[in-house]
Design a protein around this ligand. Structure first.
Ligand code: SAM
Length: 328
């Protein structure tokens, strides 16, 4: 099992397979995706990802979340997913997606054996959704969710970024509540994070997640404990609701104490923290199967450098210009 010097273990990897995203989310890529002229490296190939995944499984990793950018824009997305499910021994393979073609690919995702899906929906209002993302796709996403449910797909989560005057009122919380009342879906708010590129937006739109926590407590939602490979969400249940609410509050005290995940970028950099200042490349050790031991040693050695906490509350966003570039 991967462990750091603070006694935390890391059974969970967020693996970005592309930093390209087709959306223009106002807090992430408001001008749309642009290639970084300072980094002309290609994305990791199918073979490199396959080798990496097998090594991670030997290091005790039991959950990989495919992310990006938008992971489904990659033409070989299903090859990568199937290879992970069939050849890697990783018990849980999940993904984070904007769901732009979920209605078309829901069946394929299910058939490939995907173990869980996080879908980003910042608003259930069609116009607001369009304004925030640059895409009028809410219908396709909701239809895709229904198809997954018809297929009895179990682990569906919806994420929304909490945004001032957009989705942070009790009325908006209630709309999301109605959505999960008879739907076995986890709905989670993520507190807006400052990144290298979004300072002005952050200053204007950041609202502390306490506003949602207070709403939940006032309305008799009760906190739940979570498992060892769980994400960072604090979950709440209510007897009248089939779904759960959750809260991801990266600015909260002690958020990093329970950190159990590492990130690998689409170009093969190991990132010890979303907001860290370093990203060492492991790609040269993904070129043939004989390099496995060297790769294992490098990852273990790097892990000793993981800091106790990020310094996001001090405005230190590390080398993350936006979450699409690192893998959100
Ligand atoms: N394209 C996929 C998607 O839309 O879910 C995966 C990548 S996206 C970067 C992952 C998640 O990060 C999304 O839920 C997105 O809303 C969230 N995100 C992006 N920038 C953020 C920010 N500055 N603060 C909080 N969440 C952010």
């Amino acid at each position: 099992m991967l462990k750091d010097t603070f006694g935390r273990s890391f059974p969970y990897i967020r693996l970005s397979i592309t930093d390209v995203c087709n959306y223009k989310c106002s807090y992430c890529l408001p001008q749309g995706y642009k290639k970084n002229p300072g980094d002309m490296r290609s994305f990791m190939s199918f073979e490199e990802i396959s080798r990496l995944t097998k090594t991670l499984s030997e290091l005790g990793v039991c959950k990989i979340r495919l992310t990006g950018g938008e992971p489904t824009v990659r033409k070989d997305f299903f090859d990568i997913l199937k290879d992970m499910k069939q050849n890697s021994n990783i018990p849980k393979v999940t993904m984070t997606t904007n769901g732009y073609q979920l209605n078309k690919i829901a069946n394929q995702l299910h058939e490939a054996g995907l173990d869980g899906i996080n879908i980003s929906i910042d608003s259930l209002n069609r116009e607001t959704f369009k304004k925030l993302t640059g895409h009028d796709r809410l219908y396709e996403i909701l239809e895709g969710i229904k198809i997954l449910q018809t297929l009895n797909f179990k682990n569906i989560k919806v994420n929304a970024v909490l945004l001032k005057d957009i989705n942070d009122t009790p009325e908006e919380f209630e709309k999301f509540g109605n959505f999960i009342k008879n739907n076995k879906i986890d709905f989670r708010f993520i507190e807006l994070m400052q990144t290298g590129d979004n300072l002005d937006y952050f200053k204007k739109n950041h609202v502390a997640s306490k506003i949602f926590k207070d709403y939940l407590e006032k309305n008799k939602w009760v906190t739940q404990t979570h498992g060892k490979d769980a994400g960072p969400s604090l979950n709440f249940i209510h007897p009248d609701y089939k779904g759960k609410f959750g809260l991801i509050a990266p600015y909260s005290k002690n958020f990093c104490q329970t950190c159990n995940r590492l990130r690998i970028t689409s170009r093969g950099d190991l990132r010890l923290c979303l907001f860290g200042n370093t990203g060492i490349s492991i790609r040269h050790l993904l070129q043939n199967d004989n390099q496995k031991d060297e790769l294992v040693n490098l990852i273990i050695k790097q892990l000793h450098l993981k800091k106790e906490s990020h310094y996001l509350e001090l405005g230190d966003t590390g080398i993350t210009p936006n979450l699409s570039s690192t893998g959100g």
